[in-house]
Design a protein around this ligand. Structure first.
Ligand code: GLU
Length: 279
């Protein structure tokens, strides 16, 4: 299979040094392997996505010297495939609508079993309040969740090549139930959750290697289960270290000071950016 990777930014702010690192690393890995590098704009959250960021992102990546091997994909054109996947899971009795607000979840989870974790990679572990609600009663204001108690799965493996967690990892349903809780498949007014959208898109684009920041390592557990349930291939994962500011804090979209566009304006070259991120 041809090595294929992608950079998949959300167009909700400027690219900063952390994005540049992720994009250059993925691009260089693809080129070194004689493979493909794709650019996907993850604009699933239409309330926050902006066309001007989309344009700026492509401009910054081209300035960095990156080239991509297919027309730019946009998640906003894939809503039909997300809907079909949710319908397929619902038809198997694995999905339910959930009307719980953050506050409801907090209140219901306020008396946890002793020793049980309260937070997982997807935030507070959902206590299952809406489990069993029929999909026919779903309202626009509901989220859709995956019912882990009705899923069946063998031990699921994935391979990680990033520095912090290199090796083979095993995901089990028991661990997901304990450490994650019923994952969200779609948020209110959004076609799909981050997890569902990217496993579908990565499979559709033939992505063999997912290169992304270490903060998403644990998200892989949920994504691995979704791949199993939807009969999708599992890529190899490479979670890289995060670029941090001088105080050790990871860079965020609002760190305009570290925006690539700002460095460009100040006369930096693409080689300077590579040096700054240690490449
Ligand atoms: N759009 C996601 C992000 O910007 C992609 C993450 C991923 O690579 O899975 O965080």
């Amino acid at each position: 299979m041809t090595f294929a990777t992608r950079f998949a930014p959300s167009p909700t702010g400027p690219l900063h040094l952390g994005h540049a690192y992720s994009a250059i690393l993925a691009h260089d890995m693809a080129r070194a392997a004689g493979g493909l590098f794709h650019l996907r704009i993850d604009d699933i959250d239409q309330s926050r996505a902006r066309r001007e960021w989309d344009a700026q992102i492509r401009d910054d990546l081209a300035w960095l010297g990156l080239t991509w091997d297919s027309p730019v994909e946009r998640q906003s054109t894939h809503f039909g495939s997300y809907r079909a996947a949710i319908d397929a899971l619902a038809a198997r009795g694995l999905a339910y609508p959930c009307s719980c607000t953050r506050r409801d979840i907090e209140a219901a989870a306020s008396a946890p079993q002793e020793g049980a974790p309260q937070f997982g990679p997807d935030g507070r572990i959902y206590p299952g309040t809406c489990r069993g609600r029929p999909m026919s009663g779903a309202r626009d204001s509901d989220a859709i969740r995956l019912d882990l108690s009705r899923c069946t799965a063998p031990e699921l493996a994935f391979t990680e090549t990033g520095p912090a967690h290199a090796g083979t990892h095993i995901v089990t349903l028991d661990a997901l139930k304990r450490d994650v809780g019923d994952p969200v498949l779609a948020r209110p007014n959004m076609a799909a959750s981050y997890h569902l959208s990217i496993v579908l898109d990565d499979a559709a684009q033939g992505i063999t290697h997912v290169v992304r920041g270490e903060d998403l390592f644990e998200a892989t557990w949920i994504q691995r289960l979704l791949q199993h349930l939807l009969d999708l291939p599992t890529p190899t994962y490479h979670h890289h270290a995060l670029i941090r500011d001088d105080t050790g804090k990871r860079l965020a979209k609002r760190d305009d000071a570290r925006a690539i566009a700002r460095y460009r304006d100040e006369g930096a070259t693409p080689a300077d950016i590579r040096r700054m991120v240690g490449l």
